[in-house]
Design a protein around this ligand. Structure first.
Ligand SMILES: Nc1ncnc2c1ncn2[C@@H]1O[C@H](COP(=O)(O)OP(=O)(O)O)[C@@H](O)[C@H]1O
Ligand SMILES: [Mg+2]
Length: 470
């Protein structure tokens, strides 16, 4: 049960220290009062030393009681002969003889004969301060004064102290809590600002940082923290703005480059086509070269289109919002895949009712086509690919593409949706992949407000696309 918050710890520490101080003050007070009163008692005892007890020596003259004149009530007188009590009396209203138990007698007999006061505890009577003096005829006279008054005074002081200390502790607890809370309030503002920053999506886009922390008094620690925090926010803001600007530049660059590449590329393809159609004899090598030019410029065209699409999605251009029959899209895409990869086993799991979503039909088709293309280009023939569509809620859709191929290697799995990420660069480039397929899937799905994920282990790879309603 250790207090967690700084506030509680400070208040608890304050109270512990105060309790220690109270205990010390209380103990010192009681001790010194006790000392003082006992000293007074001892003085009184030495002044009257032995008078009452001595009077017991001559009790034959009187009727069995000592001479109690001038003695304060409670005064004890005891006469011992050879260590045995012969007389014992206490001055009271009636001046009574008393019987001491043998234990008490032994205690009194043990009081040293040194004319000094000693404290004794008697079972029948109160605690006493006693002094022993030698009597006239070899006996020992013990005179005593009760400690009752001293004890009562000390006890009373202790009770008063306890009450006062308890009140002080309670007041300190309340005042301390308020005070600590007030002192730490600026910290709350720093915390609130930090919390607001921590919820911001700092990873991308333009970011508006929250207001600075108001408290900047450089004389206080919290003020220094606030100032440092504000400076940090300033730096972070600059860095974010810079990053945003450079992202923007990159995007514009990709879009411009794509546009600029398109025209010469189209020209290259047109000329290659023209040359291939050339009537008459064309040597075989030339024909082959022209075919290569055609194929590679086609690939380059796809790459440029992909880059342009990504640049457009990055720029957040609004997509078409039409009703799209996802089941239809899947059936078409699977039909195409069957033709291009007849060696794979293709399975469809579609619901009875068509699943319709709102979005851009062309882009959705691209998502399905990219996933299906991956499911056959990155797996050997004979692999079974299962495509299923589900409607988890009206208007929403879940598309899954499963294959039992070799799976995605562990080292690239985490970043498989990033641009130009491929497991085996050399091999997949030979198969025409550029590593943009899944990046496009992710960007398109994200721009539809959806979400794509992958789980993969050898023999079991599953891509899951969720598209929300609306
Ligand atoms: N179904 C799959 N099975 C195994 N690996 C896959 C699968 N789908 C994707 N991959 C891996 O993910 C990488 C990235 O895919 P993608 O972005 O479509 O790029 P590309 O297909 O152009 O290589 C691929 O190169 C491949 O290594
Ligand atoms: Mg691909």
């Amino acid at each position: 049960m250790r207090p967690r918050t700084l506030r509680a710890r400070l208040v608890a520490g304050l109270l512990v220290l105060l309790a220690l101080a109270c205990a010390a003050v209380g103990a010192a007070g009681s001790l010194s009062l006790n000392r003082f009163m006992v000293d007074q008692l001892d003085r009184q005892l030495s002044m009257t030393a032995g008078r009452f007890a001595a009077s017991l020596e001559h009790d034959d003259d009187r009727d069995g009681h000592g001479d109690s004149r001038g003695q304060s009530p409670g005064t004890l007188g005891v006469r011992l002969v050879d260590g045995r009590v012969t007389h014992a009396a206490v001055v009271t209203a009636e001046e009574a003889d008393i019987r001491l138990t043998s234990a008490d007698a032994a205690v009194l007999a043990a009081v040293p004969l040194d004319r000094r006061a000693h404290s004794v505890e008697l079972s029948e009577l109160d605690d006493y301060r006693v002094m022993a003096v030698p009597g006239a005829d070899g006996d020992v006279l013990v005179n005593g004064l009760p400690l009752e008054g001293v004890n009562a005074a000390v006890h009373r002081l202790q009770i008063t102290e306890s009450v006062v200390f308890a009140i002080v502790m309670i007041l300190t607890g309340v005042a301390g809590t308020t005070w600590v809370r007030l002192s730490l309030r600026p910290l709350d503002r720093v915390t609130a600002t930090a919390r607001r920053v921590s919820t911001l999506p700092l990873a991308s886009g333009a970011v508006a940082l929250p207001d600075r922390v108001p408290d900047e008094d450089p004389r206080t620690e919290v003020g220094q923290l606030g100032a440092a925090f504000n400076r940090m926010l300033g730096h972070v803001g600059e860095a974010l703005a810079w990053r945003h600007a450079s992202e923007q530049r990159m995007r514009t660059f990709a879009a411009d480059a794509g546009h600029e590449l398109r025209t010469p590329l189209a020209t290259v393809r047109a000329h290659a086509e023209l040359a291939r159609r050339h009537p008459g004899d064309v040597p075989g090598e030339i024909r082959h070269a022209l075919e290569r030019i055609d194929a590679e410029s086609g690939r380059m065209g796809t790459l440029v289109d992909d880059l342009l699409l990504l640049a457009r999605l990055d720029a957040g251009r609004p997509l078409a919002r039409d009703p799209v029959d996802l089941t239809r899209v899947v059936i078409d895409a699977a039909g195409d895949a069957r033709v291009s990869a007849p060696g794979h086993r293709w399975r469809l799991r579609l619901p009875e009712e068509p699943v319709t979503i709102t979005g851009d039909a062309g882009r959705i088709h691209q998502v399905v086509a990219n996933l299906l293309a991956n499911a056959h280009t990155h797996t050997p023939p004979g692999t079974t690919v299962t495509v299923s569509v589900r409607a988890p809620a009206p208007g929403a859709a879940e598309l899954t593409v499963h294959d039992d191929g070799p799976g995605i290697p562990e080292d690239v799995r985490a970043e498989i949706f990033e641009r130009f990420v491929r497991a085996d660069k050399a091999r997949s480039r030979a198969r025409g992949g550029s590593g943009l397929g899944l990046a496009i899937v992710k960007a398109v799905v994200a721009s539809h407000g959806g979400d794509v994920s992958v789980e993969s282990r050898p023999g079991d790879t599953l891509f899951r696309v969720f598209l929300p309603a609306g």
